[in-house]
Ligand binder design. Structure first.
Ligand SMILES: NC(=O)c1ccc[n+]([C@@H]2O[C@H](COP(=O)([O-])OP(=O)(O)OC[C@H]3O[C@@H](n4cnc5c(N)ncnc54)[C@H](O)[C@@H]3O)[C@@H](O)[C@H]2O)c1
Ligand SMILES: [Zn+2]
Ligand SMILES: [Zn+2]
Length: 477
């Protein structure tokens, strides 16, 4: 059997593998891209037929009257993202805020878009759901945010008034996502998200010099002067996300916790699990730099799934009674087994159940497993028997409700109880985005979280990484 794929290119690799040699046309990269782009076209057509679900915000923005242009990163096809000159947004609805972006980043979730694995993407969509900035303009209904203020945006666009928003479950907002397709597939729909395809509303994102924030009263958090940009930015997603996973799955004192995936989400979840009193945390991945990072920076145990291909057996050796808690912080586009590679390549499944199955079998009877990693569609070979017979509590955490946690997390940062800088490995300029997508996808150069600066950014603050070029990171994984 070939070794497990390390890069997130595995869908492509799988389709090109000898196992699929009978499908010669699929072994051609351009054919693969054509198939993926066709899938986007079909999903967009279907969405058009289903019609838009009602919302209280519009995704389209009004360009500024002076015709000013900005640099932005846009999606054009599978593994094809480009910098474009786009119109600078202006106040379009009375609740809008326009931000000059001073910090943005790339997320493991952006890789799902890069791989064309989230539907309803359209050419020219501006990506980016994690960003902060300085307020440039405010609409007439915006009262709690002032021009010139430093703020961080939540990755989701909450209306602030529906039953979910009232409980601070902002990612579940009922009134900001137009996707009738998501409604049809899931029975309900998430909130609208910035820069995350028309499946989550089609809002232009923050991997840009300016961004329009709808419902600005609700979706921006002012940042105190004492908190550096490189710490504040991550309140937009990865800190609330990893914290939500740990809280929602119920990590408590003395628990032995397994964390699948040691990207930024897994690294932060490991820290939060320790803060909640976990007695042991075992991180599972196969990227040498990420395994070393987790051991050296957070002092957790690690399990390299390239070395221990039977992950469950290794966990049973390390923790004979089984894990108390398992958390999926991995990614659904890296199948390991030939079966899943073939099925995914032939689109007989869209997602892969391997991590969830490993978690269910490695966790003790009546233990809990949580899924914070993003999944999109359907999977085969799910071990429903083990789930039921062992009484495993399997929890889908959903997209994290940022508003529920960002005040608490900001307080932790201000008090010095949690320092997000530990996970920030690099800083690059906005113009580097296309290279950054490719290198982050392949986990090159010890990359974890990256601070992406714009022409409006402050210089790096004390302890934060200096500006670098992606081309200089090297090819080490
Ligand atoms: N629910 C939310 O609100 C939310 C928010 C942000 C990110 N996410 C999701 O969280 C996940 C992690 O995000 P990230 O930014 O850390 O991504 P990332 O892509 O940087 O990291 C994923 C890690 O998982 C590892 N991995 C792949 N297959 C594995 C396997 N079989 N077993 C163990 N590890 C495996 C990879 O090597 C990689 O290091 C992604 O799926 C992302 O979409 C969810
Ligand atoms: Zn994200
Ligand atoms: Zn709402």
């Amino acid at each position: 059997m070939p070794p497990p794929f390390r890069s997130a290119d595995s869908l492509y690799e799988a389709r090109r593998s000898p196992v699929l040699s009978f499908l010669t046309p699929l072994r051609n990269f351009r054919t693969l891209e054509a198939i993926d782009n066709k899938m986007q076209a079909v999903s967009n057509k279907l969405a058009e037929r289903l019609g838009d679900a009602p919302t209280v915000v519009s995704a389209e923005y009004q360009p500024r009257a002076d015709g000013a242009k900005m640099r932005a990163l846009a999606w054009f096809g599978t593994r094809d993202v480009r910098l474009i000159d786009a119109p600078v947004p202006d106040i379009t609805e009375p609740d809008d805020v326009i931000l000059k972006v001073t910090g943005t980043t790339i997320c493991g979730s952006d890789l799902h878009l890069y791989h064309g694995e989230i539907v309803q993407l359209q050419q020219g969509d501006i990506l980016g759901h994690e960003f902060m900035g300085v307020v440039d303009r405010v609409g007439p209904n915006v009262h709690n945010i002032k021009v010139g203020q430093r703020v961080v945006a939540s990755f989701q666009i909450a209306c602030g008034e529906c039953s979910y928003c009232k409980q601070q479950l902002s990612s579940m907002c009922d009134r900001t996502n137009t996707s009738g397709l998501q409604n049809a597939m899931y029975g309900h729909r998430d909130a609208g998200f910035f820069g995350y395809s028309h499946f989550t509303g089609g809002f232009p994102g923050g991997q840009a010099e300016y961004v329009r924030v709808p419902k600005g009263n609700v979706n921006l958090l002012p940042i105190p002067d004492g908190v550096a940009d490189e710490k504040a930015l991550f309140l937009s997603d990865i800190l609330p996300t990893s914290y939500h996973a740990v809280v929602d799955v119920g990590v408590k004192k003395g628990d032995v916790v397994g964390i699948w995936g040691l990207g930024p989400i897994g690294q932060c979840a490991a820290r939060f699990a320790l803060m909640k009193g976990a007695s042991r945390v075992i991180g599972i991945d196969n990227v040498p730099a990420r395994l070393a990072f987790a051991r050296e920076k957070s002092g957790i145990e690690t399990l390299d799934f390239s070395e221990h291909t039977d992950v469950v057996k290794r966990i049973q050796e390390l923790v004979p009674g089984g894990l108390d808690i398992a958390i999926d912080c991995g990614t659904f586009h890296q199948p390991k087994s030939v079966l899943h590679k073939v099925e995914k390549a032939l689109i007989l499944e869209t997602d892969v159940s391997e991590i969830v199955n490993e978690m269910i079998v490695a966790t003790k009877k009546m233990g809990s497993c949580g899924i914070i990693a993003a999944y999109a569609g359907f999977t085969n070979h799910f071990n429903i028997g083990a789930l039921m017979e062992k009484g495993i509590r399997l929890i889908g955490h959903g997209q994290a409700p940022v508003h529920k946690y960002w005040h608490e997390l900001l307080a932790m940062i201000e008090a010095g109880d949690f320092d997000p800088l530990f996970v920030v490995s690099h800083r690059v300029a906005l113009e580097e985005f296309p290279d950054l997508y490719a290198s982050f996808d392949k986990r090159l150069g010890g990359v974890e979280k990256v601070f992406v600066s714009t022409k409006f950014s402050n210089p790096p603050s004390a302890g934060a990484p200096p500006l670098s070029r992606v081309a200089d990171w090297g090819n080490e994984i």
